[in-house]
Design a binder for this molecule. Structure first.
Ligand code: HEM
Length: 470
């Protein structure tokens, strides 16, 4: 429901009371930012304001308003400008941080690398990596050990994403050689810290973590540079029309617009790093939340196993992509996981000009926090909204059950909708089909609840599980 009483200016918007100078800063624990904003949405409604020091932030939780904002890009809204500023400074500027016409061009060219036929060609690699995960878990199941499964999900998604991004088979699942990954892991927290910093402190004083991140970034860029050189040389030896790109880097090197203009070296480097950052944590955290939910609902796990047995027959995992497409129940479990435990519960935007939202005039450049997950947890959008019911995503879901798809948008919406959605779903369905066909999984009773931790993406704090061979 939209706010009934029309308001005119930002000053008339409601919101939690803060302190002079500090604003609401003392009420905000950054790791719980999404939960705090969801609680405030329950109190102050579809649109409200709060202050971080002297900066006014407008929070929006109404799904229809959120959809309008996301659809009205790049003209009227953009990602919060600190994202572009910091990405440019670090030279990791790519399609995620680009805006306006530059984004349009980058999106058009990078989307050539996300075409469905590339995903199909990439399938054998995803299968090979899923097989490594199976072998790893077979040994763990034999040992009867409990493990921190989040680490294995990261190894899995890093192996897939580095292969996809530039053909680098880092093989963390078998070799534990995490040299490149250790450098990459420093990047996202530092990016997050800098985009949210009240002023660019690193221009004046560099903390040890800033220096460590900058050294790591140099290593990452050097590695990517070598791959770009090698790939260029390889492509130069073949007639271009005959090349079928085997990874994102090859597709980027071949991509050109209608005038034949290609991406610059800086654009290629920025987009390779963008894919690594955008594709790993999001998918790994989603897989972790999925295990959290199915270990709490053995009946769901049982149904997934039944589906995997029926669809796979004698195979231990899907042999080709057409088999993955038959895993309807497992896919429904993935959608339900992303509704309840969206790893992107907040999106940060700002308007490019003065706009009106729900009767309120919002000045150009105001920091907007879109409280994405809030709508997905409301009864008015989903019947039994707080319950884990994968069936709601199947065609057999009765019409009497409310199901407002526009209120659950884990991949965003509008023209900047996540281009990695199909790859993420492929990884999730492959991993789950393999898991359910070969193992049962149970969660350790640590006596502590599993907490949601927000740091750009949202993950479980610790998830300890045990596998048993079926
Ligand atoms: C479960 C996994 C994933 C989730 C939940 C997710 C979620 C999102 C969200 C919410 C956005 C912002 C969309 C918007 O602004 O409307 C986004 C953008 C993006 N994602 Fe994903 N993502 C996932 C996996 C991936 C993967 C696997 C890749 C690539 C390998 C990827 C690449 C990107 C890129 C490049 C963008 C920027 C698009 C643009 O600004 O035009 N994502 N993702």
């Amino acid at each position: 429901m939209l706010t009934k009483k029309p308001l005119n200016s930002l000053s008339q918007l409601q919101g939690p009371k803060g302190l002079p100078v500090l604003g609401n800063i003392l009420q905000i624990d950054l790791q719980r930012l999404h939960s705090i904003l969801e609680e405030w949405s329950g109190i102050y409604g579809d649109i409200y304001k709060f202050k971080i020091a002297n900066k006014t932030v407008v929070a929006i939780s109404n799904p229809a308003l959120i959809q309008n904002i996301l659809r009205d890009r790049p003209e009227t809204y953009r990602r919060v400008s600190s994202i572009e500023r910091v990405a440019r400074e670090l030279e990791i500027h790519g399609v995620f941080s680009a805006e306006g016409e530059q984004w349009q061009r980058q999106r058009q060219l990078t989307m050539q690398a996300f075409k469905p036929e590339h995903l199909r060609r990439f399938f054998p690699t995803v299968r090979k990596i899923t097989d490594r995960l199976k072998n790893r878990w077979s040994k763990i199941a034999d040992s009867g050990q409990f493990i921190d499964v989040q680490k294995d999900w990261m190894r899995f998604t890093v192996d897939v994403t580095t292969n996809l991004a530039f053909g680098y088979d880092i093989n963390l699942l078998e070799q534990e050689n995490d040299y490149f990954q250790r450098h990459l892991e420093r990047l996202l927290p530092a990016f997050n810290r800098r985009t949210n910093a009240p002023f660019p402190y690193w221009h004046f004083v560099k903390l040890p973590s800033d220096r460590a991140m900058e050294k790591s970034l140099a290593v990452i860029k050097e590695t990517i540079h070598e791959f770009v050189q090698q790939t260029r040389q390889r492509l130069a030896q073949q007639p271009e029309k005959t090349v079928q790109p085997a990874n994102f880097l090859e597709a980027l090197l071949l991509a050109h617009d209608e005038n034949g203009v290609r991406l610059s070296d800086a654009d290629i480097q920025g987009n390779i790093i963008t894919i690594l950052l955008a594709g790993e944590d999001t998918t790994a955290h989603t897989l972790a939340w999925l295990l959290y939910l199915i270990t709490g609902h053995p009946e769901v796990q049982h149904k997934m196993q039944q589906e995997a047995d029926t669809v796979l027959g004698p195979e231990t995992m899907p042999p080709d992509i057409s088999v993955v497409e038959k895993l309807n129940y497992i896919e429904a479990v993935a959608h339900e996981t992303m509704r309840l435990k969206s790893v992107t519960p907040l999106l940060f935007m700002e308007p490019n000009r003065d706009v009106e939202l729900a009767g309120v005039t919002i000045p150009k450049g105001t920091f907007l926090m879109l409280v994405n997950r809030y709508g997905a947890l409301q009864e008015e959008n989903f019947t039994d909204a707080h319950e884990f019911k994968p069936e709601r995503w199947l065609e057999s879901n009765p019409a009497s059950c409310i199901h407002n798809r526009n209120a659950s948008i884990p991949f965003g919406a509008g023209p900047r909708f996540c281009p990695g959605r199909n790859l993420a779903l492929l990884e999730i369905k492959m991993a789950m089909a393999m898991l359910c066909r070969n193992f049962s999984v149970t969660r350790a009773d640590t006596g502590l609840p599993v907490q949601e931790i927000f740091s750009f993406t949202m993950m479980p704090d610790k998830l300890i599980v045990k596998f048993a061979a079926r």
